[in-house]
Write a new protein. Structure first.
Length: 95
């Protein structure tokens, strides 16, 4: 029998891919792993200090979503309130 509309919708969500990901690897979802948290905290530190390998004007939310292969909303949900990073823009440190 054909899948129900709920199953079909879930299937489509699981198949979402990041448009910046040329390999079409499915996006990460759900609970953050300790490795993802450590990576994100280190990236945030480097982003804030201006030593991240990112183009000037990049947002931290976009950078992390690309590196962690997840939807930008997953980043936003993780870093809410005082840790909000959605609008932070990268400015390289002067060297």
């Amino acid at each position: 029998s054909p899948p129900s509309s709920v199953q079909s919708s879930q299937s489509q969500q699981q198949q979402q891919t990041n448009p910046n990901n040329s390999n079409n690897i499915p996006l990460r979802r759900g609970k953050w792993t300790p490795e993802e948290e450590s990576y994100a905290l280190a990236a945030i530190r480097d982003f804030n200090s201006g030593y991240l390998d990112a183009p000037p004007g990049s947002t931290l939310r976009t950078y992390l979503s690309m590196k962690l292969r997840c939807d930008p909303m997953r980043i936003t949900k993780k870093f809410t309130g005082n840790a909000s990073i959605g609008k932070k823009v990268f400015h390289p440190a002067l060297r």
